[in-house]
Design a protein around this ligand. Structure first.
Ligand SMILES: *[C@@H]1O[C@H](CO)[C@@H](O)[C@H](O)[C@H]1NC(C)=O
Ligand SMILES: *[C@@H]1O[C@H](CO)[C@@H](O)[C@H](O)[C@H]1NC(C)=O
Ligand SMILES: *[C@@H]1O[C@H](CO)[C@@H](O)[C@H](O)[C@H]1NC(C)=O
Ligand SMILES: *[C@@H]1O[C@H](CO)[C@@H](O)[C@H](O)[C@H]1NC(C)=O
Ligand SMILES: *[C@@H]1O[C@H](CO)[C@@H](O)[C@H](O)[C@H]1NC(C)=O
Ligand SMILES: *[C@@H]1O[C@H](CO)[C@@H](O)[C@H](O)[C@H]1NC(C)=O
Ligand SMILES: *[C@@H]1O[C@H](CO)[C@@H](O)[C@H](O)[C@H]1NC(C)=O
Ligand SMILES: *[C@@H]1O[C@H](CO)[C@@H](O)[C@H](O)[C@H]1NC(C)=O
Ligand SMILES: *[C@@H]1O[C@H](CO)[C@@H](O)[C@H](O)[C@H]1NC(C)=O
Ligand SMILES: *[C@@H]1O[C@H](CO)[C@@H](O)[C@H](O)[C@H]1NC(C)=O
Ligand SMILES: *[C@@H]1O[C@H](CO)[C@@H](O)[C@H](O)[C@H]1NC(C)=O
Length: 859
């Protein structure tokens, strides 16, 4: 896993005391990567501050203090300083009178003030806790470990809700993510301005929080000889039988505590959640958790819900439609049989032990109907998962058609169940959207973050690994799922789950081809490319067939991601944003096709890309208004159109300049927001879109706009207040003061991590021009405002050490040491002459050979 580091230590020996002789340069010596200790066994992480009561005040020296709970209501706040992840662990010293504790988790501090923490996260069953509040029964002294991984949090609170006395010597997490020091990473960047040093470091830490090695994210179900033991979580769905109509689902269930839960006719892993939610509560015998919300969940009741869960969470609505009180007690620790009849006319009838307990028509409530504009989710099935803090066994599941034919029968005692329901421990390298939320492996999010991986940690397994995961889920049409579970899947699960997200966000398929190209260029891994090539061709064919509008040659798929309204008209040809995704994808494919010797494919991709380039420039340019319109003959544009036009270099420089001027109309303190048609949560700045824009501005040498954007969007993320996590945020409020989706915001979110790449590739200025950096540029952005920057950029041949800054005369001085065999082109960030060693009066570009330190001074 850490091959890179070993390579580097050899290389640093060869380089020797690099930078030490540079007493006349403004930057300090560039450090070498530190040795990474591989831990033996699990790593525990502990808070840096422990405080009685609910407060974000840091208490110096308190981290080792015991937590002493003397009476019900006593609460402690634990601050880990920045995000951590894992299973909570409690070293219990005293436990008198059956203590119960309520434990809450959140990234931003205000989550501790809410009953739900910063959750629940009911979007995916992503091999972690759905709920951000957990209740534990502490029955004895010694170590107690929670069952679920909590995906990322800086803050934790622990409250005694029942019992006499509890002393926890220490509380922490058994880490589920890589805790190795960032100093051991091969990549590195620092600046005289520590804001930039800190922003760069968000990248490698976010990688640790969002990218996981095989076997690290543990299963959320337990299979026993008595059936599947399922703790409270988002119900997980089978894909073995789909779209049943006029049938009965029956199963046996034993409530271990609180209640049991299931769904029927609900979309499989899709962007909708419309089938009914059922939660059946028990009689709550004595010893039940003292904090049960009996308003939401009265005892002996069937609660009917719809949507994502029984609670609302930002963009994931949840509904409680009805409650059916039972006239008898629902006992725990005994087996019950539940039958749910779904005749297919929106009515449902539920029986408990042969007694009818509910009958209703789900559409009669008039809530949570499927959103007709969101595609996918054509496959529906049933799912199991109780509510928060409940736990139940499920066994002998049957689905029987009204004709009497049994179409599904499962005792739920075999380990295959975990794969069938998508809840098995991950077996591949995978990357999540975020540590805590949307724990799906999303394809397009890697467009930015895969480069962050290569520039900072060089852990290519977090690019080729998730790529192999994606290819392993490709279906015959060539489609790759734009999001997928971390769990291993069987063949039929793959087919159903992949096609269920067709044709959502087709541009991600093109983006994925860019990811592979970006990885290839930075790793020089030809083997990977050659192996993946046939599947890449299939993917591109699928994406073209799904999205190319033959009439206009523009991207015409419904529901693209990059600036496309989700509510847009199906099949309408769309503007520059999505079309550029296609163009760059095709052009990268053409380059890779030439490498693998597939010249016909190269010519085809190149020709198509050119047609689409011309289409944008001729069909969308509005000469009077001075912008590329969002639709043919339409008006309006958004920042993604501008970003993508710059990235692909569409049109003349004059047209680009005129388009860039429109940015000012979209400006807010934290960056830029949508124009006239853009669909996203209103009132937020999206770090993913800002990443595209930052790169577009950098690639066209618009240094001031780029640096202003860097400061506006990302500097707030390194501000060390109670919302600091050490990770990149998904969104930021338009005023730049808080995470944009509030507590829902992923605050270790990898998609908007471009600044790490920007600082290495444009501020420091080291960019590959041929695979493996055999040729590269040393081309810092002119006029980037700082006194100095320095860093290391990993290449497959070893590290490039580089630096620049201003000397006492105010002239730019630069230094670079590249591994032997690599050849750099120095592109001066100033217009005048310069010296390289003893050669004076040079101008224009200069070739730098690897193997020696080269010092360049502006004259
Ligand atoms: C905590 O105390 C130590 C020792 O007194 C001191 O060096 C350190 O700066 C303090 N840290 C903070 C965050 O106040
Ligand atoms: C129902 O449960 C409640 C609470 O545990 C208990 O007090 C009551 O006796 C039970 N009723 C029957 C009929 O078992
Ligand atoms: C907690 O443990 C006590 C003692 O073993 C037991 O009586 C009680 O039922 C347990 N409660 C839950 C909710 O598991
Ligand atoms: C969630 O929000 C919707 C819309 O505001 C509302 O109708 C619904 O009742 C809310 N659900 C819950 C569980 O409060
Ligand atoms: C379901 O099947 C039954 C028995 O075959 C039939 O009577 C009934 O009409 C069907 N219901 C629907 C909604 O098709
Ligand atoms: C229900 O499932 C069990 C185990 O999967 C099976 O043995 C049984 O025959 C099924 N019952 C019916 C009525 O289909
Ligand atoms: C190239 O990619 C393959 C995965 O296809 C991987 O196994 C191998 O380790 C990679 N090679 C390098 C040098 O990173
Ligand atoms: C951004 O989009 C939202 C929702 O469509 C809209 O309400 C808002 O006015 C737009 N903002 C700008 C600056 O166009
Ligand atoms: C460092 O950068 C931040 C963000 O751009 C800026 O606010 C600050 O003034 C800079 N500090 C110095 C010393 O230049
Ligand atoms: C922190 O984040 C929360 C939630 O988004 C926000 O309400 C608050 O204003 C932010 N800032 C501070 C200092 O708490
Ligand atoms: C210097 O190199 C850059 C980057 O490759 C290139 O764009 C530019 O044309 C070169 N300048 C000259 C004078 O060759």
């Amino acid at each position: 896993m850490r091959v890179g580091v070993e390579l580097i230590s050899c290389l640093s020996l060869a380089i020797g005391a690099l930078g030490a002789a540079q007493s006349n340069v403004p930057w300090p010596a560039i450090p070498k990567p530190q040795h990474a200790d591989s831990p033996n066994g699990p790593v525990h992480v502990y808070p840096s501050s422990v405080r009685k009561g609910l407060s974000s005040d840091f208490v110096n020296g308190s981290s080792g203090n015991a937590l002493v709970f003397q009476s019900v209501g006593d609460t402690y706040t634990l601050d880990y300083g920045s995000d951590v992840a894992g299973k909570p662990i409690f070293h219990v010293q005293v436990a008198e009178g059956n203590p119960q504790i309520e434990v809450k988790y959140t990234e931003a501090f205000p989550g501790l003030l809410k009953p739900e923490g910063d959750g629940p996260f009911a979007f995916a069953n992503g091999l972690a806790a759905t709920f951000r509040v957990e209740t534990f029964n502490i029955t004895k002294t010694g170590d107690f470990t929670g069952y679920f991984i909590q995906g990322s949090q800086r803050w934790q609170s622990i409250k005694l809700i029942s019992g006499k006395k509890l002393v926890i010597k220490r509380a922490g997490f058994v880490s589920s993510v890589d805790q190795s020091s960032l100093n051991s990473m091969p990549g590195y960047f620092a600046s005289s301005n520590s804001t930039y040093t800190d922003i760069w470091a968000l990248g490698p830490r976010t990688q640790q929080l969002a990218c996981y090695p095989p076997e690290s994210q543990s299963s959320t179900w337990e299979i026993t000889s008595k059936g599947a033991y399922i703790r409270g979580q988002k119900p997980a769905t089978t894909a073995r039988v789909v779209n049943l109509s006029n049938y009965t689902l029956s199963f046996e269930t034993l409530i271990d505590r609180g209640g049991t839960g299931w769904r029927v006719d609900t979309e499989i892993d899709a962007i909708q959640a419309t089938g009914p939610i059922f939660v059946l509560t028990s009689e709550y015998p004595s010893g039940s958790f003292a904090n049960i919300d009996t308003t939401l969940l009265p005892p002996n009741t069937l609660i009917l819900g719809r949507g994502w869960s029984l609670q609302n969470q930002t963009s994931l609505p949840g509904y409680v439609l009805d409650k059916f009180p039972l006239k008898f007690n629902v006992t725990e620790k005994t087996w019950h049989t539940i039958r749910t009849e779904s005749p297919g006319d929106d009515t449902y009838t539920v029986y408990l032990d042969d007694q009818r307990i509910a009958h209703f028509n789900i559409s009669s409530y008039g809530l949570a109907d499927p959103n007709p504009y969101i595609p996918g989710g054509v496959y529906k099935s049933f799912a199991f998962g109780p509510w928060q803090d409940q736990a139940a066994y499920v066994r002998n599941v049957n689905a029987t058609l009204s004709t009497g034919e049994n179409v599904y029968s499962n005792p739920m005692t075999s380990n295959d169940v975990l794969i069938e329901y998508g809840v098995q421990t991950n077996s591949q390298y995978t990357c999540s959207d975020s540590g805590k939320r949307d724990r799906f492996s999303w394809l397009g999010d890697r467009l930015i973050s895969a480069r962050t991986v290569m520039v900072a940690s060089q852990q290519g397994e977090y690019v080729w690994g998730p790529a192999e995961e994606a290819f392993s889920r490709q279906v015959g049409s060539g489609q790759i799922p734009i999001n997928t579970l971390f769990s291993p899947l069987d063949a039929e699960g793959t087919l159903i789950r992949t096609t269920n997200v067709d044709p959502l966000i087709v541009d991600y398929e093109f983006d994925f081809m860019q990811v592979i190209y970006d990885y290839w260029v930075r790793s020089g891994n030809d083997t990977f490319l050659e192996k993946a090539w046939p599947r890449m061709v299939m993917t591109t064919s699928y994406a073209l067939a799904r999205s190319l509008d033959q009439k206009t040659q523009l991207f015409g798929a419904p529901y693209g991601s990059a600036g496309t309204p989700l509510s847009g008209e199906k099949g309408q040809a769309l503007g520059p944003a999505n079309t550029v995704s296609m163009i760059i994808g095709l052009e990268r494919m053409a380059e890779m096709a030439r490498f693998v010797g597939d010249d016909d494919a190269a010519a085809f991709y190149q020709t198509q890309a050119q047609l689409s380039r011309t289409a944008i420039d001729t069909l969308l340019w509005d000469e009077t208004a001075g912008y590329y319109a969002a639709t043919v003959g339409g008006t309006g544009y958004d920042l993604m159109d501008i970003a993508q036009v710059l990235l692909a270099g569409i049109g003349s420089e004059q047209r680009q300049a005129s388009f860039v001027e429109k940015l000012s109309t979209l400006q807010v303190p934290a960056g830029y927001i949508n124009g006239t048609r853009f669909f996203d949560t209103p009132g937020v700045v999206d770090a993913y879109y800002m990443s595209f824009l930052l790169e577009g501005l950098a690639a066209t040498k618009r240094t001031k706009l780029a640096q202003d954007l860097l400061d506006a969007t990302w500097a707030p993320m390194v501000h060390r207040d109670r919302n600091y996590t050490g990770g990149y945020w998904e969104y930021i409020s338009t005023d730049g003061t808080y995470p944009g989706l509030d507590l829902f915001t992923g605050m270790s979110h990898f998609w908007g991590s471009y600044p790490t790449v920007f600082l290495s590739e444009y501020a420091l200025g080291i960019r590959p021009t041929k695979p493996g950096y055999t040729t590269f540029l040393f081309a810092p952005l002119p006029d980037f405002k700082t006194e100095w920057v320095h860093g290391r950029v990993p290449t497959p041949s070893g590290l490039i050490y580089a630096a620049w800054g201003y000397n006492k005369q105010g002239k730019v001085v630069l230094e670079i040491t590249a591994p032997a065999g690599l050849q750099g082109t120095f592109v001066p960030p100033f217009s005048g002459r310069y010296s390289v060693g003893s050669q004076q009066g040079l101008s224009g570009n200069h070739t730098i050979a690897g193997g020696a330190t080269v010092v360049i001074v502006e004259e």
